[in-house]
Design a protein around this ligand. Structure first.
Ligand SMILES: C[S@@+](CC[C@H](N)C(=O)[O-])C[C@H]1O[C@@H](n2cnc3c(N)ncnc32)[C@H](O)[C@@H]1O
Length: 242
């Protein structure tokens, strides 16, 4: 699975970066919210892909983790430490060593063999993230989320979509609903659903919806896109052995 994600993103990295303009407006909104959070803090940016939704001058240290070497190849900034690794296993990062962990538009690229496994994978990654955070540290997730109805359609079509994408050499994509993502964050972080700060991310103009799979292939007006983009922030409240 990891190999497929790696090969896929190695192959599309150049096109992805060229098509990244349609996401700029999202990065600006994320940056506005998280710049204060990352100031003088150690940041781990998972699935960074060479794209930064924050001011690089602010953190005391920036670690970027990505499964694809090529997605990180555009980064030459000396302030950034690159780690080539799968988000499912963050063993290269010491526990309780990071102040802010960021996942921007990456979680929907990490799935399992079926719906149940995909949700378990999500829970596993959130658990890894939590163990790397210092007490008081923050999880930041920016994701494209489906409505419950579209999620159900995605569920029915899971194996078919997977087979088609597999045939095309593209790694599977799997989108959560806001409730599923929030439930899993709340469960792993042992907090209440209401303790997760959730903000709408607003897009405008035209979107490259397949930017992560077939960048530049189609452009649609934002009003037609099926996702809601949200920024979710959760705090690791106490120390334990997670
Ligand atoms: C859609 S891109 C998002 C990149 C960037 N965060 C952004 O906002 O544009 C998804 C990124 O996640 C990375 N990725 C995919 N699967 C991964 C995994 N299992 N572990 C770590 N990174 C992964 C890809 O290589 C790619 O760089």
């Amino acid at each position: 699975m990891k190999d497929r994600e790696q090969k896929h993103f190695d192959r599309i990295s150049e096109k992805y970066h060229k098509a990244s303009d349609s996401w700029k407006i999202i990065y600006e909104q994320i940056e506005e919210r998280i710049n204060p959070l990352i100031t003088d803090r150690v940041v781990l940016d998972v699935g960074n892909g060479g794209m930064f939704a924050y001011d690089l001058d602010r953190p005391s240290r920036i670690l970027v983790m990505d499964v694809s070497v090529d997605m990180l190849s555009s980064i030459s900034d000396a302030r950034v430490t690159k780690i080539v690794s799968d988000a499912r296993d963050m063993c290269t990062i010491e526990n309780d060593s990071v102040d802010v962990i960021i996942f921007v538009l990456v979680l929907h690229h990490i799935s399992g063999n079926n719906l149940h496994e995909s949700i378990k994978t999500l829970e596993g990654i959130l658990s890894e993230a939590r163990s790397k955070l210092r007490p008081g540290g923050h999880l930041v997730v920016a994701e494209a989320l489906l409505s419950p109805i579209l999620f159900r359609v995605q569920k029915w079509c899971f194996q078919l979509t997977r087979a088609i994408l597999h045939r095309l050499g593209v790694s599977m994509i799997f989108f959560c609903t806001q409730a599923i993502l929030a439930e899993n964050i709340a469960k792993v972080f042992e907090i209440n659903y209401q303790d997760i700060e959730t903000t709408d991310l607003n897009l405008e103009g035209w979107l490259d919806p397949l930017g992560g799979c077939f960048p530049g292939l189609i452009k649609i007006p934002v009003s037609m896109q099926p996702w809601d983009f949200r920024l979710m922030i959760a705090k690791k409240t106490s120390y334990d052995n997670h």
